[in-house]
Ligand binder design. Structure first.
Ligand code: SF4
Length: 352
């Protein structure tokens, strides 16, 4: 029987590199981009596996919204050629607001992409200036309106909170714009690049719980540490990461998880190109994490947690975390206590 799996494609180029971003990315240079895309298609061919049923595809980066029509259709048609794609597969592309003109959105849609993840970051001018973003508030609003007009109904907006210039008042204004646009999904990340002291940690905490409360009050369901969605619009692709499902990561630095083994591709062009030239999968490293531990550390990110079954060999740790009110057990499911969400990474170290 064929198994379900997902495909992630990494496009590691941006017009400008943001100071707070940890993803693998390089400045957009046409020659390098053309060469990379040729190798990316070769990797898709090398990774071809018709035993999988692919039900989600995610084009991330970097800035895949810089791809022109020809480049995008080259990638998508290669995926369709070398994998079995389900009819109703969720196909997402990450997009910067300044890139998505109405015209571009039409060819994105024509290529089968049915979900957008737009890097809004904030609808407050002061925040965008602090983040040194390339786009304005006006462009952000225009981008979402273009997306809605082009017929996209599944749209995520990414926000960053915890900026030194941010207050509850500005965050409230920020989300009031979101309320007007009423997209199906929202992600909220805490800025990591700033050196945190007790004061900024408290501020992050206050802003995070303010955001959570506000978003829930306007109809979003909190389903993962950073993710909120309208009913039925959870990111199917991201759920694969937290639900222990197979995913095939293609491109520079992409991560894969297949048959309980984690793999990471090379993150420099020379090694990446060389491996593909030799018709090898460009893995830089592979490792196996104990299966129950991996299920716990990924699964506890979800607000409704995971089955207590997964803790059979971790009864001591579970008892300690429950007694100290870090996790709760309800109807045979273990989940993080909501007020402790921001301590999740520290809590998970108990299982490592
Ligand atoms: S545009 Fe996005 S991927 Fe590129 S550097 Fe900025 S945050 Fe990172």
């Amino acid at each position: 029987m064929r198994k379900f799996a997902s495909i992630y494609i990494h496009f590691p180029f941006c017009k400008r590199k943001c100071f707070y971003c940890h993803f693998t990315k390089f400045n957009y240079e046409k020659e390098l981009v053309d060469k990379y895309l040729n190798y990316l298609v070769k990797e898709i061919q090398i990774r071809s596996n018709l035993n999988y049923k692919i039900d989600t595809i995610y084009l991330g980066g970097g800035s895949p919204s810089l791809l022109n029509e020809e480049q995008l259709s080259m990638i998508i048609s290669a995926i369709y050629k070398y994998f079995n794609i389900e009819n109703n597969a969720e196909i997402t592309i990450e997009a910067n607001p300044e890139d998505i003109t109405y015209k571009k959105l039409n060819y994105i849609k024509k290529n089968g992409v049915n979900r957008l993840s737009i890097g809004i970051q904030s609808f407050v001018k002061k925040d965008l200036v602090y983040l040194k973003r390339n786009h304005s508030v006006k462009q952000s609003i225009q981008a979402v309106e273009n997306a809605l007009n082009a017929g996209f109904s599944n749209i995520n907006l990414d926000f960053i909170i915890g900026l030194p210039v941010q207050t509850q008042k500005t965050l409230e204004y920020n989300f009031s714009k979101l309320k007007d646009l009423d997209t199906s999904h929202v992600s909220v990340y805490i800025l990591e690049e700033v050196k945190k002291d007790k004061y900024s940690e408290n501020r992050d905490n206050d802003l995070y719980f303010f955001a959570k409360k506000y978003l829930e009050s306007i109809g979003y369901i909190h389903y993962e540490v950073s993710n909120f969605s309208k009913n039925g619009f959870q990111s199917k692709h991201n759920l694969k990461y937290w639900k222990d499902k197979n995913y095939i990561g293609i491109g520079l630095s992409a991560s894969s998880y297949e048959n309980n083994i984690d793999h990471k591709n090379f993150d420099n062009f020379d090694d990446y190109f060389n491996k593909i030239e030799n018709k090898k999968i460009p893995y830089k490293e592979s490792k196996t994490i104990k299966h129950d531990v991996r299920k716990i550390i990924t699964g506890l990110r979800m607000i409704d947690g995971i089955s207590i079954e997964n803790f059979k060999n971790h009864k001591e740790e579970l008892k300690f975390l429950e007694e100290n009110n870090f996790v709760k057990i309800e109807k045979n499911r273990v989940s993080i206590v909501q007020t402790k969400i921001l301590l999740l990474n520290e809590i998970l170290t108990y299982f490592l």
